[in-house]
Design a protein around this ligand. Structure first.
Ligand code: ADP
Ligand code: ZN
Ligand code: MG
Length: 647
């Protein structure tokens, strides 16, 4: 159960580990993200807004030209046969003739007429008639060759510009459709519009409850933006990027808005999806543009929501996505491009940190990660109180009760319950929300959540509680074990139904045999507690057991700590490439030795396990009381824990 999160600060893989990891990242960077990586410039810099302007001016100019044209020239024009044309000249209707190459144009009425008055124009296709000019002369009609210039303007208009304009309009329309919710490539001006300064969103930290640790970290960020001197004078390093990590609906976006609301600095908000475009280069151009603006407006905050949309690991994508990769590279380049002193702080939010590219998490980029946990009992009640202020509540409403009935719910779910309750009250014709409305709302929401597998049942919850308490208690009574920082039965991340956090008191690079055995004890504590209480064990401990076994094996084969092969290494790790373990360890010993190793591992594990079971049985009273508290409150802090253990 505790799997991924258990013993987060495990230092068992000793010296060298960190350095190697760094190298690997470095390599990633050179492959893609380094400044020397050439990125394609977009064909047009669409998002500058100029293009959009010119096209609309152009269309307007076109319409004006056409209007003027029709205004000054013919209001009514009629095409007639050549013989009729000649008749009109003969009878004096036509008073002026323009002789063009393709047609003759005759104008009725006086030439000096006021512009805009009705002018009748006749056109005809000319016939090679030698008597035509003499006819004009005899009638005293003014004639001239048609101005080729005027014609060429009109023909250019008809032949080129109008079709071109039409194509543009169709093009634009098509891409708008393809681009979905208005994020089409051709919506040039959009990007700028999304860079909203949300300095006065009205959201403050008071609107966020139940995410106290995340809040604390972010309050510090706000403080830096307000009084950077305080930090810089003392030589402190300000984080460049802060990544909010947490399940959907835990309030990451809300927290970012609260930062903006409290900091009183410009706040640029963009969602990762906004960057990912159809055309290679557009997303990268947007990132560039965004950071240019941010630098101009510093101090400010850039918030990239749903970072995973662009930040997916480049290694895990089978078929490379050029566009996303370029956008990500651009983001990395930009983040390297300014110093922490420049006053631009980047906030990121994601609910899938595990898919993020390692390069994003390197120092100098998102160097701080803030976990936004699902709220515990107290947190849920606080969140309910915040949202209840907007709704008329009846006298019988008991929010503590509601909080107790909603384990596993996140802030968004709770906000939804209040809202749903209000709707139910209205439907029942009441003017205020009653407890029964809220309970019904819980049931409705619960059904949906269960489908999405986000809630665990009561029995499992109990198992998790005993399991985690088992870890924590073993740690408390094992010499040299890292102190327990927090116990929680709130699911966190994938597959972890609960977790026990231990913080090492100091950085460790060396460990004694006794400490390694202590680690095994703590790992086995979870399952031991399960067995003591339920008389059976669950699959939840599989990760614990894997790690315990690994440590036991290393003790014998790598650290030379077994009785039979004291001070001997039995395996040799094959050469590593940039810190990546090839995963193959060469066996340099016989079958019999292998058998000895296996037996010895089994002996260590079972010996330790027995001891842990004995310990926990002795402490069963504390085990029960802590578990009860954990089931009630869902999280136990280090202070509470120390107090209860009485150590
Ligand atoms: P996320 O970005 O983590 O998915 P949001 O910030 O969009 O979650 O949360 C959605 C809504 O749920 C918020 O607008 C708010 O009304 C409510 N909410 C979520 N978490 C909290 C919280 N910790 N305190 C108060 N309201 C919350
Ligand atoms: Zn565990
Ligand atoms: Mg969000």
């Amino acid at each position: 159960m505790a799997s991924d999160e258990d013993f987060k600060n495990d230092n068992i893989n000793m010296a060298g580990d960190k350095k190697d990891k760094g190298c690997w990242d470095e390599d990633c960077d050179k492959k893609g993200g380094g400044p020397d990586h050439k990125h394609q410039e977009p064909l047009f810099n669409f998002n500058k807004g100029q293009f959009k302007f010119s096209i609309w001016y152009f269309v307007a100019a076109l319409i004006i030209i056409m209007l003027i044209n029709s205004f000054f020239t013919s209001n009514t024009s009629e095409t007639v046969s050549f013989s009729s044309f000649k008749d009109l000249i003969s009878n004096g209707t036509i008073t002026e003739v323009q002789i063009g190459k393709d047609y003759y144009t005759g104008t009725a009425g006086s030439t000096g007429s006021i512009p805009g008055s009705q002018i009748q124009v006749y056109r005809t296709i000319p016939v090679d008639d030698p008597s035509f000019i003499p006819l004009l002369d005899s009638k005293g009609i003014k004639y001239s060759a048609a101005s080729q210039r005027g014609n060429s303007l009109i023909s250019m208009l008809l032949g080129w510009i109008i079709p071109f304009a039409l194509i543009m309009v169709v093009w634009r329309f098509m891409f708008n459709k393809m681009g979905g919710s208005g994020a089409g490539v051709m919506s040039f001006g959009k990007n700028n519009a999304q860079l909203v300064a949300e300095g006065d969103t009205g959201t403050t930290f008071d609107d966020v409850a139940g995410a106290d640790e995340a809040k604390e970290e972010l309050v510090e960020v706000v403080d830096f933006l307000k009084t950077p001197r305080k930090y810089l004078d003392i030589g402190g390093k300000i984080p460049k990027g802060v990544l909010l990590v947490g399940s959907p609906g835990t309030g990451k976006t809300l927290l970012a808005r609260a930062v903006a609301g409290s900091a009183g600095v410009p706040f640029f908000r963009l969602s990762g999806a906004d960057f990912v475009e159809m055309f290679v280069g557009v997303g990268a151009a947007r990132v560039r543009d965004l950071f240019k603006q941010a630098r101009e407006k510093a101090p400010c905050i850039v918030f990239i929501d749903e970072l995973d949309a662009i930040g997916k690991s480049r290694l895990n994508v089978a078929a490379g996505n050029d566009e996303r990769e370029q956008t990500l590279n651009q983001l990395l380049v930009e983040m390297d491009g300014f110093s922490a002193k420049s006053g631009v702080i980047i906030l990121g939010a994601t609910n899938r940190p595990e898919v993020l590219d390692a390069a994003l998490l390197r120092p100098g980029r998102f160097d701080r990660q803030v976990v936004v946990d699902k709220p515990d009992l107290a947190g849920r009640e606080a969140i309910l109180r915040i949202h209840a202020t907007d709704v008329k509540m009846g006298g019988d409403v008991n929010l503590t009760e509601i909080a107790k009935s909603t384990p596993g719910f996140v802030g968004a779910d709770l906000a939804n319950i209040i809202n749903e309750g209000a709707l139910l009250a209205v439907r029942a014709g009441r003017s205020e929300v009653l407890q029964e409305d809220l309970m019904e709302a819980i049931e409705k929401t619960m059904a949906g959540l269960q489908k999405r597998n986000r809630l665990i049942n009561k029995k499992e919850r109990k198992i998790v509680a005993y399991h985690e308490t088992g870890h924590a208690l073993t740690a408390a009574f094992t010499d040299g074990a890292d102190p327990v920082q927090k116990i929680s039965i709130i699911p966190r991340g994938i597959g972890a139904l609960g977790y026990t956090l231990q913080t090492p008191t100091e950085d460790r690079f060396l460990m004694t045999k006794q400490e390694l055995l202590g680690k095994i004890d703590v790992l086995l504590g979870g399952r031991a507690a399960e067995e003591i209480i339920f008389n059976e064990v669950s699959t939840g401990a599989s990760n614990d057991i894997t790690r315990a076994t690994d440590i036991a094996r290393s003790l014998i084969t790598e650290y030379g700590m077994s009785d039979k092969f004291e001070n001997m290494v039995l395996t040799k790790r094959s050469a590593t490439f940039l810190g990546q373990e090839s995963g193959m360890s060469q066996r340099e010993y016989s079958e019999t030795t292998q058998q000895y190793v296996d037996e010895e591992v089994a002996k260590i594990i079972s010996g330790r396990y027995e001891q842990v079971v004995k310990l926990l049985k002795e402490k069963s009273a504390i085990l029960e009381s802590i578990t009860a508290k954990l089931l009630e409150k869902e999280t136990i802090t280090s202070d509470e824990f120390t107090q209860m253990v009485g150590a």
